[in-house]
Design a protein around this ligand. Sequence first.
Ligand code: KE4
Length: 424
Amino acid sequence: MSASEDLFARARRVIPGGVNSPVRAFRSVGGTPFFTRSAEGCRLTTADGQELIDYVCTWGPAIHGHNHPRIREAIAGALARGTSFGTPNPYEVTMAELITELVPSVEKVRMVNSGTEATMSAIRLARGFTGRSKIVKFAGCYHGHVDSLLVKAGSGALTFGNPDSAGVPAGFAAETLVLPYNDEAALRATFEKAGHEIAAIIVESYPANCGLILPKPGFLQAMRDVTKDAGALLIFDEVMTGFRLALGGVQSLEGITPDLTAMGKIIGGGLPVGAFGGRADIMDQLAPEGPVYQAGTLSGNPLAMAAGIAALELLRETDPYPRLDTAGKRIRTALLDAATRKGIPLQVPQTGSMFCLFFSETPVENVEQAMASDSTVFNTIFHRALERGVYLPPSAFETCFISTTHDEKAVDQTCEVINEAFDF
Ligand code: KE4
């Protein structure tokens, strides 16, 4: 039995499914998940000593790779002063000043401890600010395990949602309307019919939890238009894309100004963190300033703030985005070339340091088309790449991430592995 198999057997006796987050269990791709013993730069070392080039990057936070010295030193410096105070601390102020400087739509920001907390709090704030209860989300978008967002589309196009998880009461789901992504007509029809009841749209600025699906031209602007006309708010969930594709997030690339933005991942430098922010007149509705309650024991934790500040300052100093996009394009080309040689239909949506593999004849524009792609082929490629030292996300419906430590040598090695992985 390998060390990972032994660890997994032990884990399953005391942790549900042996994991602290479902996707880590490899249920989608099959097999036993490896356990990571350490990580450095773009490489993980497993409990069995295998070295892997990591394209999961702890699901987004590790844009500077693992164990970056600047981030490690920042944590060590904060650690020397203690771990948690339960009082305001200077790091929180610096973090808030950084975020509001880098993301102009965020005039005020509140730190939390996960992306889920960020989206959950942003929704409560939108409902409190507008006095309305309905929320619009899009099929295939994931915003964390918030009750009111674990909802799938209702029976008809314009009916309210049904629970997408046990434990979510139908009454909670009924307050959520789930629309098809990239369907502007459905969006406009919904707001025509129910706009006066809708508190907010929440949308992944680039959906990346059903693979990577990019918005059709004008789709995000249509959301901005219909929410403005209806007196509803537009919430961009940039937990994944914030600081990943540009310092100002996707909103800066697309020229859209949301009312609220949910953030996470990169702003914690690998430590537990989330944040939500936006227009000051909305944010000032939050306790203790206003009537919308929201709180957190470890919110603004000095270690997480120090790590996140270092991560954001590194991004501002180095502007890694062009190079990350070049690496993304190189890997995309290698994937498409290998698939063409093998005669396998493959789409590789890629933007900056994000890409995914859809084994589909046609481009994927919504979750139905994503689900229709061939995940069996994905699983084969996943395991063949893993055996050869490249770790892709263990699901066809996730997104790959590249870090600044994926240097030429690592990308060259990845392209070689891709060629071998497709040669089955
Ligand atoms: P967390 O609560 O996991 O920190 O963030 C939830 C969340 C919110 N919004 C978006 C756009 C997200 O992608 C996420 C979490 N992303 C997943 C990756 N698909 C985290 C991985 C996991 O669940 O273990």
